[in-house]
Design a protein around this ligand. Sequence first.
Ligand SMILES: C[S@@+](CC[C@H](N)C(=O)[O-])C[C@H]1O[C@@H](n2cnc3c(N)ncnc32)[C@H](O)[C@@H]1O
Length: 226
Amino acid sequence: MAQSSPKKESKPNWRHYDFTTTGPVDDYLYSMLPKRDEVLAEMEGYASEHNVPIVGPAVARVLQQLALMINARTVFELGSAIGYSTIWWAQAVGEKGRVIYTDGDPKNTERARRYFDRAGVANRITLHTGDALEFLSEQKQLYDIIFNDVDKEDYPRVLRLVSPRLRKGGLFITDNVLWSGRVAEKNPKEPRTRAILEFNRLLYSSNDFYTTILPIRDGLAVALKK
Ligand SMILES: C[S@@+](CC[C@H](N)C(=O)[O-])C[C@H]1O[C@@H](n2cnc3c(N)ncnc32)[C@H](O)[C@@H]1O
């Protein structure tokens, strides 16, 4: 099993220690990341202090890279919290792009709005407070990317909504699909673990998508719409 990394207390909470990569290798991966700008760095600090479950910079960089690779201009995000991943999307889509932020908690929306202003990307982001699945189901346009980071029990339901709202060649991306390794348990009882297992099975077997799971941090599913 993995070697242990230095004391967790001194490290941010959005890391996933000794899980898919060993502590020292994981430290190396994070040490390679370029310094973030002031607002993103502040958000990382806030998330760590207040236990806000953000994707963190290693996954955020993958998200931004994927958006740049397909020249994405529109992103619908389900579960945005304080808007950390939203800012990485907004930077990727460019000045004419649009990112839909969704979160059920109005306090998150207000905090996110302030960060978006300070990061200079507010004019690229539409904020929606309320149920992300309901809002997605109302969408008439096709998106380049749909990013799923809501409550895990809802993952199978999200999958059913996504395909008709994603363009061919677009990406459906989902965080936490390895669920800190719990997906490998025998006969898991925990509802969130079971929902993620069902989601992964349905996603891999879907004729609409070509899927891989990147074992970075807590597992990122990347599904290409055929
Ligand atoms: C893991 S956090 C999102 C983190 C964000 N994607 C990031 O990396 O910066 C999940 C967020 O989704 C929100 N959420 C969960 N289920 C939701 C739903 N059905 N509709 C809207 N928001 C939801 C929660 O309030 C929480 O803030």
